[in-house]
Write a protein that binds this ligand. Sequence first.
Ligand SMILES: Nc1ncnc2c1ncn2[C@@H]1O[C@H](COP(=O)(O)OP(=O)(O)OP(=O)(O)O)[C@@H](O)[C@H]1O
Ligand SMILES: [Mg+2]
Length: 363
Amino acid sequence: MDIPARTALAPDSLATSSDVVIRLDKARKEYPGGTVAVTDLDLEVHEHELLVLVGPSGCGKSTTLRMVNRLVELTSGRVFVKGQDIAQIDPVALRRRIGYVIQHVGLFPHRTVAQNIATVPSLLGWPAQRRQERTAQLLELVDLPPETYSHRYPHELSGGEQQRVGVARALAADPPVLLMDEPFGAVDPVGRRNLQQEFWRIQRTLGTTVILVTHDIDEAVRLGDRIAVLSQGGRLEQLADAVTLLARPAPGMVTEFVGSGRTVRLLAITEITREDLAAEVGPPERPDRSQRAPVQGPTLRLGSRLDDAVAALLDADEYGVPVLDWDGALVGHLTAAGVLGALRRVAAGAESPPTDADDVPTC
Ligand SMILES: Nc1ncnc2c1ncn2[C@@H]1O[C@H](COP(=O)(O)OP(=O)(O)OP(=O)(O)O)[C@@H](O)[C@H]1O
Ligand SMILES: [Mg+2]
C-alpha cells in the first residue's frame, strides 16, 4: 500500500477549535544559560490530525514536543491536552496517557517484545489476558507476527523491527495522543519508506492524534496533514498542508528549507484526476477506445501520483499513458500537458502565499 497524496485531504477535514486536542499558548522554553529554544509558540493540533514539526537542527523541535508531555517544563505560556492545562496534571499520569517514540527506540533490553509492548498496560493494572490480546493485536498491526516475535528480545530484532516495536509500545494503552521524535531516523531509506507507509496506515486506522518531529522535508510532506516549519528559537515560520508548503512556501527561510526540489516533491504527492486527462482517449484505430478492451503497455490509475506518471510517460507513445479507473475501465490518456495541468491545478488550489506569489513552480 502506498501513502495517498496529501492533496486528498480536504482543508475542512481539519476540524474546528472544539476538536483541538493539543494547544500551545505562547509556550516558551529558556534553558539555563540563556538559550531560548522555543519562543512564545502558538500551535493547535486537531483530533485525528498528524501534524509534523520540521526545521533545521537545533531549532527547538524536540523541546516543543517534550513540552507536551512535561519532559521539558515551560518557562512561560501554557500547554493544554484535551482542554486540560498540563501544569495541573501529574507528569507521570500525563505520560501514561501520551505515547512517546524516539529515534533510538529505547526498548528495555532484558524484556521480551511482548513485555516491552505491555509496559504501560501493566503499569495501568490491566489484567493479563487483556494485555496479551492487545499485544498480539498491535504486533499484527505493525506487521510482526506475534507467534514469531512476541518472545524475542530487542537484540534479536533488526533496527526497523525495533522501531516497529517502539511504535507498538507507544500505542499499547491506546493513547489519544502520540508524540514522535525522529521515529524513523535510524532506519535505512527503503526501510524508512516502508515504516512511514505502515505508520501512516496505523495512524489512519486508529485515528490517533500525532505530533511527529523530523528534519526530513520529504517525510514531512509524505506524512503530514499539516506541517509546521520552525526556525531557530522555535519560531513558527509557516503552518500549512503539504501542497501549500511546496507550491507556495513563505519567502525566506521556508523557501530555502523546502529547497529547489520542491516541484519534484509536489509531483510525488499529487494524484491524477479525471480533469487532467486528455479528452481524446487514443487513436481511432486503437482497440482501447472501447472502455473494457484490454490495454497494452504501461498504464496508470486515477489516483496514481505524478512522479509515477512522468516515469510512465517516458515509455509512452504520442497519445500518452492510458489511465484506468479502480474497476480497470479506461477513462482517458495522460500526456505531458496533463502533468503540467495537474501541477498548475494543485498550485492554484494551494492557499494564498504568505506574501508574494512569484515563486510558484512552473515546471
Ligand atoms: N538541556 C538543555 N540545556 C541547554 N540547552 C538545551 C538543552 N536542550 C536543548 N538545548 C538547546 O535548545 C535548542 C533547541 O534544541 P532542540 O533539541 O529542541 O532542537 P531540535 O530542533 O530538536 O534539533 P535536532 O534536529 O538537532 O534534534 C538548541 O540550541 C539546543 O542546544
Ligand atoms: Mg531533536
